[in-house]
Design a protein around this ligand. Structure first.
Ligand code: GRF
Length: 212
């Protein structure tokens, strides 16, 4: 059986960032782009919440923004179909989920397979889902961290691109561990986007190879 192989494109990429909240990972990527560290431009910042701090920051920065209210759509599928139309119209190469708090429907994932990435504040496949920093503390693990992965229809299950580990300390609270992980996220996510547009990510089945 031949295995499907995907190789990320080497080009100046057009990125769409999807966010629902604070947007600190978006800011980290935006800054890395402005510093010349990533061969890409943010062509769109999309949010389901127009009051999200990250969304307001994008507007202040003069980036193109789009907000669609989920309430105006009968179901998830039609909401995602409308987003897909907007993405196609803008010739987007990569969708960067940065604290986007909606589950993406399967047809959307399939249309943009290998072109959606996400960051998760745990060492996947441990602790998928929400409130994962507290889950890591409660489980008693001694290390947790952050994972950047491709998005597939099964939530938090896609091929892993890069990870960073941090220690979990005895006196950690959800806040202290989250802050330690977030610091790593802000390095890891720009690095993953950089590798993507250097044409250095090769996906073979579940495995992602970082090419020299
Ligand atoms: C981060 O912890 C990220 O790992 C998770 O959601 C949080 C988003 O934070 N997916 P921010 O909005 O980027 O500050």
């Amino acid at each position: 059986m031949t295995e499907d192989v995907f190789r990320s494109p080497k080009k100046r990429g057009r990125i769409a960032v999807f966010l629902s909240g604070r947007g600190s990972n978006f800011v980290a990527i935006h800054e890395a782009i402005r510093a010349g560290g990533i061969n890409a431009d943010i062509a769109l910042v999309f949010s389901n919440r127009k009051a999200a701090p990250g969304y307001l920051f994008a507007q202040e920065q003069g980036l193109e923004t789009l907000n669609l209210r989920p309430k105006n759509f009968p179901d998830r599928e039609s909401y995602d179909q409308e987003i897909a139309r907007e993405i196609r119209a803008r010739d987007i190469d990569l969708i960067v989920l940065a604290g986007y708090m909606r589950i993406i429907t399967s047809p959307f994932c399939q249309e943009f397979i290998n072109r959606i990435i996400n960051i998760h504040p745990a060492l996947l496949p441990a602790f998928p889902g929400l409130h994962v920093q507290q889950q890591a503390i409660d489980w008693g693990v001694q290390f947790s961290g952050a994972t950047v992965h491709f998005v597939v229809p099964e939530v938090d299950m896609g091929p892993i691109i890069v990870q960073a580990a941090v220690p979990v300390l005895q006196d950690d609270t959800e806040e202290t561990l989250s802050a330690r992980i977030l610091k790593e996220e802000h390095k890891l996510y720009p690095e993953a986007v950089k590798l993507y547009f250097e044409g250095r990510l090769e996906v073979r089945g579940r495995r992602v190879f970082i090419l020299e």
